[in-house]
Ligand binder design. Structure first.
Ligand SMILES: NC(=O)c1ccc[n+]([C@@H]2O[C@H](COP(=O)([O-])OP(=O)(O)OC[C@H]3O[C@@H](n4cnc5c(N)ncnc54)[C@H](O)[C@@H]3O)[C@@H](O)[C@H]2O)c1
Length: 384
């Protein structure tokens, strides 16, 4: 049953469109010219105050082919470090490398005074995340992590519902999601090999589910985790495009974790690249005054899987409020790129800050470590 008085509280307020100052252009470089770099290029080229001046990829010829495909001119390099060394005037880079190459070029760029938009997941291990945060702190530059669903109206609505107090004190969250079959291999093996992907479903799509709920509740610190991971599909040639891919598979295709968060909240999480099931369940956020059900979501594509429901009591009667899906024309990638550029240009805080995402990374890392040890572990995050 829709309840307009409650829903009115959550109406989206649209920020007035800011006029972009084109007097100062930002010089940007792209590090890693694979699949996701196309989405960055597409959005950068729509910005009137950006010049893409340089491209880097470890594979000879790849950066140049990428630049030509986009009908651009510029300089090409064989690594992120080489790009940074040879482009002293560059303002920012997009780090679009595979997960195991997130930390190194990001730290190098920050240490050389370059602002960074880093693709998700932040990296592979918590140790790497700590080093990234330290480099960011020392540099004073902007580091934003590429979680574009943050800009989705429905994701914002989830946060507003929690912040409104309608649910009361949050004490239990179930989240995650997955695909019946969806191990990402169309572009080769960089997602599935241990030395490039590092982590599998956890880092590819799990980090999005975690961000959806952790951002909504204000990113409390994770304290302990019991983790599980497996790879029954990825390593089985029956479910892979070819035997070689099954042999190359070195990451998780399913993972689960039970996480205790500061503030007496527990988080029950599961994520799958492949399974014999349609969905491992909806996301639910349970509170002392109400609970929110978010239908099983493809949250990696930035939105919810259907209308959400708030379960609450109204004048002593158990009732439900439907929160319809909010549809906007906004391109989430454009918003991710623009918000990063504005932070760089006007000295604003990073739109998706590492101070939050380090907790996301700590959970991914904790699940892996706990799964390997076979018992619950404490999450310790050193001082940055
Ligand atoms: N935000 C999103 O919606 C989204 C979607 C897909 C992928 N991603 C993320 O983007 C990242 C890249 O994914 P992809 O699909 O483009 O992978 P990809 O394998 O297609 O491309 C990565 C490229 O980086 C290059 N590379 C690696 N290390 C490098 C270095 N040090 N210097 C220069 N080049 C280097 C590789 O040679 C490769 O060409 C992953 O971390 C992934 O999680 C994000």
């Amino acid at each position: 049953m829709a309840n307009s008085s409650i829903l009115d509280e959550f109406k989206t307020t649209h920020l007035a469109e800011e006029k972009i100052d084109t007097n100062r252009k930002l010089k940007v470089g792209i590090i890693g010219t694979g699949w996701i770099a196309d989405a960055h290029m597409n959005s950068y080229l729509k910005q009137p105050d950006v010049e893409i001046v340089a491209y880097a990829d470890l594979i000879p010829g790849k950066a140049e082919a990428f630049m030509k495909k986009w009908k651009q001119t510029g300089r090409v390099y064989l690594s992120g470090d080489e790009l940074i060394d040879n482009e002293p005037d560059i303002d920012a880079v997009s780090v679009c490398t595979y997960n195991c190459q997130h930390a190194e070029p990001t730290i190098y760029a920050l240490k050389h005074g370059v602002n960074v938009l880093l693709e998700k997941p932040m990296c592979v291990t918590l140790d790497e995340a700590v080093e990234i945060c330290r480099a960011e702190k020392e540099s004073g530059k902007v580091l934003s992590i590429g979680f574009q669903p943050r800009f989705d109206a429905n994701m914002k609505m989830i946060k507003r519902i929690v912040e409104s107090g309608t649910l009361g004190k949050i004490y239990y969250i179930q989240t995650g999601g997955g695909r019946r079959r969806g191990i990402p291999t169309p572009f080769g093996t960089s997602f599935i090999a241990k030395d490039t992907g590092g982590i599998g479903a956890l880092g590819d799509i799990g980090c999005y589910s975690l961000d959806m709920v952790l951002n909504a509740i204000g990113y409390p610190k994770p304290l302990t985790v019991t983790g599980y991971k497996s790879a029954y599909f990825g390593t089985n040639p029956k479910y892979m495009p070819c035997k070689e891919y099954a042999e190359a598979f070195g990451v998780d295709d399913f993972a689960a974790g039970f996480v205790r968060l500061e503030g007496g909240i527990v988080l029950d999480f599961r994520i799958a690249w492949a399974m014999h099931l349609d969905t491992p369940g909806d996301t639910i956020i349970m509170g002392t005054e109400g609970s929110l059900r978010i239908p099983s979501t493809d949250c990696w594509n930035g939105s919810v899987g259907g209308a959400m429901t708030i379960y609450h009591d109204l004048c002593g009667t158990q009732t439900q409020t439907t929160v319809p899906i909010l549809r906007t024309d906004a391109d989430l990638f454009d918003l991710k790129i623009r918000s990063f550029l504005d932070a760089v240009k006007y000295g604003r805080p990073a739109p998706v800050p590492s101070s939050q995402i380090i907790y996301n990374q700590a959970i991914l890392d904790g699940i892996c470590r706990s799964a390997e040890l076979g018992h619950e572990i404490e999450i310790e995050i050193p001082e940055i």
